[in-house]
Design a protein around this ligand. Structure first.
Ligand SMILES: [Zn+2]
Length: 390
């Protein structure tokens, strides 16, 4: 028999672990969650892509036929930023409807919500298709933990995925892909008084940048996500005014939609920029995540969310990217939604916060999704929300 745990208390416990990435250091936080889940009857496995960089996979139940439902979240957080905080960043301070702290919205509240729901329902879930929780390290720096699990075949079965990133409990059907490039031009340095002796890498880069205007995506637009985009984000070149620069780099942030293959994208940039001296290197690669809104399970999730939102959700995608893309690949392509209690506008901000009502709602919502997957159509009476609003 496990003691009843509270989503607010667990969020607070998770906030006390400093998992700012870099360096991340997720091990202690992962072990804490793993210990709780193990005590509730889950089979827990830890996987480290580097020392102290711990992800965990916790499973319960399982049948030959239907694959388990997956919930996922990342333990790491972004740094605090340079602006001073008016709230404690690691204490889980509450004020009215809000809990504050780095990771409160993105996304320790989301992890707390599905872990609390999973532990409460563990005895029931043990006797059905089951549940798999994938709690990852280092999402904030290129989805390193999730990619490690997917690339090594450590993800076995999942029939559907809930990515509990901050969406204020609104279900989203995907996000764009992320493909970042560094382009380098090389030259030969010389004294600034004799430019004809050198080979100017900045002038070369100017021609390369000019070529970007001739770049066209193979896909114009996506029905739900809209257009793919490219942003020229940085440029670095030159040592001082009186030298010919021998190296210049730019970085490009490309946001892709389904139908754009990242390998092909890289090749077409090489073909365009290579002849002008641009050496192209891919530095970040996260594929787009998308599930057709008409998919049966997605429709069911929309219906369950409607109860909480007071309206039936419309098919939408979010602006940020998630571990979901790598996990979907690792699990062989099941449907996925992004759905969690965090406040999207507060993510990565000073004085980050999460609404306590939304946190309670998400425990109820996740419990509903788990029971429905388990084959139990009976809606639970949503005791958590009822308790706090009473
Ligand atoms: Zn996140």
């Amino acid at each position: 028999m496990t003691a009843r745990i509270d989503s607010l208390a667990l969020t607070r416990e998770l906030l006390r672990y400093n998992t700012i990435n870099p360096p991340g250091m997720e091990r202690a936080c992962a072990r804490h969650l793993g210990g709780m889940l193990e005590a509730a009857g889950f089979r827990v496995a830890y996987h480290e892509f580097a020392e102290h960089r711990t992800s965990l996979i916790a499973e319960i139940g399982g049948t030959e036929g239907k694959a388990p439902l997956c919930f996922t979240g990342h333990i790491d957080t972004v740094p605090l930023g340079s602006a001073p905080w008016t709230k404690e960043a690691f204490a889980g301070e509450t004020d009215g409807d809000r809990i504050y702290g780095r990771g409160s919205t993105d996304m320790k509240s989301g992890i707390a919500a599905f872990v609390v729901a999973a532990i409460e329902l563990a005895p029931q879930l043990a006797r059905g298709p089951g549940l798999v929780l994938v709690i990852t390290a280092s999402e904030e720096v290129g989805c390193e933990g999730a990619r490690y699990l997917a690339d090594r075949g450590l993800l076995k079965r999942a029939g559907a995925i809930v990515v509990a990133e901050p969406t204020a409990n609104y279900p989203y059907v995907g996000h764009k892909g992320l493909c970042w490039f560094e382009v380098e031009t090389r030259g030969v340095t010389a004294h600034g008084s004799m430019p004809e002796v050198g080979d100017n890498a900045i002038l070369k880069m100017a021609r390369v940048i000019g070529q970007l205007e001739h770049f066209h995506f193979p896909v114009e637009s996506h029905a739900v996500m809209g257009k793919p985009t490219m942003n020229l984000g940085t440029i670095h070149g030159g040592l001082n005014t009186n030298s010919v620069p021998d190296r210049t780099t730019i970085t490009l942030d490309v946001r892709t939609v389904p139908g754009i293959d990242h390998v092909h994208l890289c090749h077409s940039l090489e073909a365009l920029l290579g002849p002008h001296g641009g050496h192209v290197k891919k530095i970040v690669d996260t594929p787009p995540l998308y599930t057709e809104p008409e998919e049966e399970w997605v429709q069911q999730v929309f219906e369950d969310c409607a109860t909480f939102l007071g309206e039936r959700p419309a098919p939408r995608t979010i602006t940020f990217s998630t571990d979901g893309a790598d996990l979907k690949r690792g699990f062989g392509g099941p449907p996925a939604v992004i759905l969690g209690p965090g406040e999207p506008t507060a993510a990565h901000q000073t004085d980050e916060w999460c609404s306590l009502d939304r946190l309670d709602q998400s425990v109820d919502l996740f419990r509903t999704l788990m029971l429905r997957w388990h084959g139990n159509e009976g809606r639970t009476p949503f005791p958590t929300s009822a308790r706090r609003s009473a």
